[in-house]
Ligand binder design. Structure first.
Ligand code: WQD
Length: 336
């Protein structure tokens, strides 16, 4: 069932890909973004991909009057909330900023929703809510033990949603816990575009491939994994975006609240990623073994069964597809 959906953070990496998938599923979509970590030309690119105008409200989730004006301008069926800060290391340096944007921003949004009579929301959460694995793969009932202010901020928001629903049963929500997003849109018009030196593996490898960075630092090769490097569950951003379309459809179709992992269930090491990227870009990429990064876990990956049961969600794109689309995006962007 198609609806009118507000996408906060819709110009960002996952938000922009979700915009495209929502439009192709027939939804009417409005983007809210403050462009703190996105470029304005993403909007033009979304217009090219979807062949139509983008409805945009530029502003901040910390601005309550702005939020009220957005809800006064449209009658939404649901909200998908991406607008948040997401760098684990930065959150350790700036816990107050993370609490303010991620927690206060979200509670402002929920208040604006309530005041506007909108009670369906899909929330961007993270596998980092689980912390150090007690058992693998991670199932949704694994205990939560956030290790950073970033992860803690997501747990606070998840808890707030549950409390809102206990207080008022009109709330219906989908909490989606992402594993490691990678790749870009097939059009090569949108993708991940970090301004600074990337923290995450895929965008870092991409910048080594384009020559913007000289060498990949492999953070530790003595982990308890098959090749000694860290293992993660990388999921194509377009698969992730499709998961949001399925989640919001579940809310619009029947108000069915859910908390789900979005991952593939497959773990790849840093070397697996590096070699897959080398295949995609057709050249050897330099790396060196560096010390372990503080706070890193050796290995984690999702049990994706529940998302499949609830939503019919299945990741369709493999590692080579993640690397190929990433390379198409970054090599084209560098030349434009
Ligand atoms: C992956 C592996 C590193 C960079 C991230 C986000 C977190 C959350 C989940 C959203 C690890 C190794 C990395 C590099 C390396 N996302 N690595 N050299 O740590 O799983 O967490 O995904 O909520 O926000 O931080 O992902 O991409 O940083 O690291 O060797 O230059 O690559 O040690 O084993 P991580 P990552």
């Amino acid at each position: 069932m198609a609806g009118r959906i507000l996408l906060t953070g819709g110009a960002g990496y996952i938000g922009s890909h979700t915009y495209v998938e929502l439009k192709s599923a027939g939804h009417d979509v409005v983007i809210l973004d403050n462009f703190s970590n996105a470029r304005h030309d993403v909007i033009d690119r979304l217009e090219v991909i979807t062949d139509g105008p983008v409805t945009l409200h530029e502003g901040d989730v910390l601005d309550k009057a702005f939020l009220a004006s957005v809800f006064a301008a449209h009658q939404f069926d649901a909200v998908i909330h991406f607008a948040a800060k997401k760098a684990v290391g930065e959150s350790v340096e700036k816990p107050l900023d993370y609490f303010e944007t991620n927690c206060t921003g979200f509670s402002n949004l929920l208040m604006a929703m309530r005041d506007g009579g909108v009670f369906r929301v899909v929330f961007s959460s993270t596998a980092t809510v689980y912390g150090e694995p007690e058992t693998l793969p991670f199932t949704e009932d694994h205990r939560l033990a956030p290790l950073s202010p970033y992860a803690q901020s997501k747990v606070v928001c998840e808890t707030l949603l549950a409390q809102c629903k206990t207080a008022d049963d009109r709330w219906a929500y989908g909490i989606l816990r992402y594993f490691n997003p990678a790749g870009a849109h097939d059009s090569a018009l949108i993708g991940e575009d970090p301004n600074d030196i990337p923290n995450n593996l895929m965008p870092y490898i991409a910048k080594v491939a384009t020559g913007e960075l000289p060498t990949l630092n492999v953070f530790g090769d003595d982990y308890d994994t098959p090749d000694g490097t860290g293992v993660r569950d990388y999921i194509h951003v377009v698969d992730l975006a499709r998961g949001h379309v399925q989640s919001v459809a579940k809310l619009i179709g029947g108000n069915e609240t859910h908390t789900l992992n979005l991952g593939t269930g497959i773990g790849y090491s840093v070397f697996d990623m590096l070699h897959a990227y080398e295949r995609a870009c057709g050249k050897k990429l330099p790396y060196r073994i560096a010390p372990r990064r503080a706070g890193d876990i050796d290995c984690f990956y999702a049990d994706p069964t529940l998302a499949n049961d609830w939503l019919g969600f299945e990741a369709r794109r493999d590692l080579d597809d993640m690397c190929r689309t990433s390379w198409n995006w970054v090599s084209r962007r560098k030349n434009t």
